[in-house]
Design a protein around this ligand. Structure first.
Ligand code: ADP
Length: 471
């Protein structure tokens, strides 16, 4: 089967969070199953674009309302990522370093989607399927079905995967002219609650909807940032498919970002060396249990509670534990986490920013990974932690519920029900007890490392889903 994944992110091309990891891995595993999955992302002005070789395969000029823009389609020459990678370069809109958070994101991602469809139609390509990821590509199912310019793609099935339904890409009807001409009777397919909503549009128009875990699909039907009724209505065409992890990238035995490699048989010594290395860098004591957090410092991740979680844990267990935080996001939370360094010197540290290499070092060197998320569509961090022998401490929600079983139930993680300082600290106490019971701690970590969250099964689940609409 020949298909395109279209997305704002793809690891290692451009990454903000888990979306990139999925789009960088799923196509590779689908290709290993004998398919031809290609990836299309915007051409950002970043390290990957500047350090790799591309050939221009198409060039065109288009209109976005009254704004005329030109675009080029660039193909990465080597296919070294395990799939054909195409960048759509649009001067003035995408030749910038960051993926999101510009005030013209509506213009940027609408232009990106139009350029993609224009490239397909002008070059006469008819893929078996187009797989859209999140709201940045959410107008494609509508445009394929209803825009006059793309009638030759009308029969092409589209799939939408919702990685994060909190963000929907809303914009006003003053920008309706950005969308190429379509039958105005179909206007209802792009709006929700009186505003243009690309995610809602994709939920209405895509042939199939997937969420990145089964529990998130159930959760989404009663908390979807305004889309609950729509989700419930479209439930028959929706399915939750748990994400996998790229076990070639995330492998403690070969990970080039680690100082010390380790396997199941020598995990104890390997983790101890990585922990010592990490603790030396951040002035922490490797003899004490190391609790960590990696992620976006936003409410969804429960990050607003982190400063209090840390201070209560450090006060309750004076000089008994270490905490290390890696993240960026809400400036208020960043500041509060940084200022804790003044109070708990030697037991606490934080790196505010995005650092891929450090994230790998933390998964390898930590004893515990905290995930007090309010909303977690799937969550990859807990799966990376398990693979690296780090015990996840999670709130039972979304994908965390689907992937982490509590040690009290014979599992390999520590779970609580509420995103509250109290619940997380109760789990920290259980973590300290586990750490002090060396035999049990080792056996839990060994079990964790052997859990198979590779993409093989999930990649096949997607193919089965595609086949249900392409045959
Ligand atoms: P989300 O996509 O909601 O942010 P996921 O758990 O699905 O959450 O994926 C997060 C990904 O981003 C993981 O690969 C994690 O290691 C990475 N990550 C998040 N924040 C940082 C950071 N500050 N530095 C390095 N990696 C980070």
């Amino acid at each position: 089967m020949e298909l395109f994944h279209i997305s704002a992110e793809c690891y290692p091309v451009a990454k903000v969070g888990g979306l990139a990891d999925v789009v960088g891995a799923l196509p590779k595993y689908q290709n290993q199953l004998g398919h031809n999955a290609k990836v299309v992302v915007p051409g950002y002005d970043n390290k990957f674009t500047n350090e790799n070789a591309f050939e221009k395969v198409h060039h065109g000029q288009l209109r976005l309302g009254s704004f005329i823009f030109s675009y080029s389609v660039l193909r990465e020459k080597t296919n070294k990522l395990g799939f054909e990678l195409y960048l759509i370069a649009i001067p003035d809109l995408f030749d910038r370093p960051n993926v999101y958070s510009y005030e013209d994101d509506t213009e940027r991602f609408t232009a990106f989607q139009i350029a993609f469809l224009n490239w397909l139609t002008e070059t006469g390509q008819k893929p078996d399927l187009i797989h859209c990821h999140d709201h940045h590509t959410g107008l494609i199912p509508f445009m394929v079905s209803h825009c006059y310019n793309y009638q030759n793609l009308k029969a092409t099935p589209t799939v939408l995967t919702i990685h994060n339904g909190q963000y929907q890409g809303w914009f006003g009807f003053d920008k309706l002219s950005y969308i190429p001409d379509f039958n105005r009777l179909m206007l209802g397919f792009i709006e929700w609650n009186g505003i243009i909503n690309p995610l809602a549009s994709a939920i209405k128009c895509a042939w199939k909807i997937t969420t990145v875990s089964p529990s998130y699909l159930a959760y989404f039907s009663y908390d979807a940032n305004g889309l609950e009724n729509l989700l419930r209505y479209e439930r028959p065409k929706s399915v939750g498919i748990l994400n996998g992890i790229d076990t070639e990238v995330w492998n403690p035995a070969t990970d080039p970002m680690l100082e010390f490699h380790y396997k199941l048989k020598d995990f104890k010594a390997g983790k101890a060396k990585n922990k010592k290395f990490l603790c030396e860098q951040f002035n922490l004591d490797p003899s004490k249990p190391l609790f960590t957090f990696i992620g976006r410092l936003v409410g969804e991740k429960g990050a607003d509670l982190l400063p209090q979680i840390c201070s209560v844990a450090l006060n309750n267990n004076p000089r008994e534990i270490n905490i290390f935080i890696l993240g960026s996001g809400d400036p208020g939370v960043e500041g509060a986490l940084q200022s804790l360094q003044n109070f708990y010197h030697g037991n606490y540290n934080a790196y505010i920013g995005y650092n891929e290499k450090l994230a790998h070092a933390v998964y390898a060197g930590a004893d515990f990974l905290l995930m007090p998320s309010r909303v977690e569509p799937c969550g990859l961090n807990q799966m990376y932690a398990l693979r690296y022998g780090t015990v996840p401490i999670v709130r039972r929600t979304g994908g965390l519920k689907d992937t982490v079983l509590d040690i009290g139930d014979g599992g390999f993680g520590i779970c609580h029900d509420n995103t509250s300082v109290f619940d997380v600290n109760h789990s920290v106490t259980r973590g300290i007890d586990l750490f002090n019971d060396t035999a049990k701690f080792d056996s839990v970590r060994k079990t964790a490392m052997q859990i198979d969250h590779s993409w093989d099964k999930a990649a096949q689940n997607y193919i089965t889903l595609y086949e249900s609409i392409t045959h």
